[in-house]
Write a protein that binds this ligand. Structure first.
Ligand SMILES: *Cc1c(COP(=O)(O)O)cnc(C)c1O
Length: 375
């Protein structure tokens, strides 16, 4: 008999989600927008400590709208970390702007302030910086923000993976000019699919709602002076989000326990390191990742294969964007003399099963398999 599958990270539902969805059905509020959307925006903004939020169909849509709202267009340079998921930078290309990839630093795996500073030597006038908080670990926000401010560049936070993470007491996503969250299926909370754009700037968020609903001018007839999108979240989807938000802190607590358990279990194996957290923040530990020391005979593929054989799901570290065929012509800035930090983490790392429904038995089983490879 095949063993029960152990997941990397999959939806965890609690029941309240269905109640909000049922309410939407009962009132026939199934169409886009409606009370759940308004309430989800309000509740999420309140949770994150930001004034305005707009619920959208995806985190990717939120990044796209942020770029549109900030006037990023043809030929504009946008600095993006190389070590991220492609959705961080694809919207830059939707607007015919040009992503320039920035290397990571070791301390948090996020955009290196030194590499960012260096990028300005070659590209003195980028139109935006998109900062990612990878795997839930907050980036060095003070340093990055200071560099952006000094150069007059607007900062967009891609907090898709770091919903619930804080930096010096503030939620990630609320520190830059605009922030985005994702509620995709495997994120820390999910609406099945969805995203949110947040900002202190009411005008930007209000315009995001306009662009996300086909940019219809205020007239009885259908009139358009700008190109719009169908990016709004539906009232059904928002109901799931409202139910999930009630359990975000609990999800975060369990994710942190999983991370701590791996860290402790591998503490006596010098070849294994866990992904770094940030002492200035409180990470949601969305995915627990490990890296294997240079020169060790065990490779990430060997770990992933050994776990896969037991029906345990893992994932490679995101393959850096500057190594992707589709971005072969895009520039990459690093302060390393050889190679890059992003590529090194990709080569030596993997994401461990981080699903909050994993039992104590599951965790011990996973840990035993990994430890066995290093004996
Ligand atoms: C998931 C993710 C996104 C995209 O969010 P969707 O809701 O899936 O569109 C963007 N950036 C990063 C870093 C992500 O992990």
């Amino acid at each position: 008999m095949e063993r029960k599958k152990i997941y990397l990270s999959c939806p965890t539902m609690h029941g309240e989600e269905q109640e909000f969805v049922k309410e939407a059905f009962d009132t026939n509020w199934v169409a886009p927008l409606g009370p759940n959307v308004n309430a989800f925006e309000k509740e999420m903004a309140q949770y994150a400590g930001i004034s305005h939020a707009s619920a959208l169909s995806a985190g990717t849509a939120a990044i796209h709208l942020a770029l549109r709202l900030l006037g990023i267009g043809q030929g504009d340079i946008v600095f993006v970390p190389s070590l991220t998921f492609s959705a961080s930078c694809n919207p830059v290309v939707y607007e015919k702007a040009v992503p320039v990839f920035i290397d990571s630093e070791r301390d948090t795996w996020n955009m290196s302030p030194e590499a960012l500073e260096k990028a300005y030597e070659k590209y003195p006038a980028p139109k935006a910086v998109i900062l990612v908080h990878l795997y839930g670990t907050p980036a060095k926000l003070d340093e990055i923000k200071a560099i952006c401010d000094r150069h007059g560049t607007v900062l967009i936070e891609d907090a898709a993976e770091s919903v619930g993470s804080t930096y010096k007491g503030k939620h990630t996503g609320t520190i830059g000019k605009m922030g985005i969250y994702s509620f995709n299926g495997n994120k820390i909370i999910t609406t099945s699919g969805g995203g949110m754009l947040v900002s202190e700037d009411e005008a930007l968020i209000s315009k995001s709602r306009f662009l996300a609903t086909q940019a219809r001018d205020p007239a009885r007839h259908y009139q358009h002076s700008q190109i719009g999108y169908n990016y709004r979240m539906s009232n059904i989807v928002a109901g799931i989000g409202r139910g999930q938000l009630l359990h975000l802190e609990e999800h975060k607590k369990r994710k942190k326990e999983i991370y701590a358990q791996y860290k402790e279990a591998f503490a006596d194996i010098p070849e294994i390191s866990m992904n770094p957290l940030n002492a200035d923040g409180d990470a949601n530990c969305w995915l627990s990742c490990m890296t294997i020391a240079q020169g060790c005979s065990v490779t990430p593929d060997m770990v992933m294969d050994a776990l896969e054989k037991e029906n345990i799901e893992t994932r490679p570290i995101w393959k850096p964007m500057h190594l992707q065929p589709v971005f072969a012509d895009n520039d990459f800035i690093t302060v390393q003399e050889q190679g890059s930090v992003a590529e090194d983490i990709f080569n030596r790392g993997l994401c461990l099963p981080s699903d909050i429904k994993n039992t104590e038995e599951d965790m011990e089983f996973i840990i035993g398999i990994v430890r066995g490879l290093f004996q």
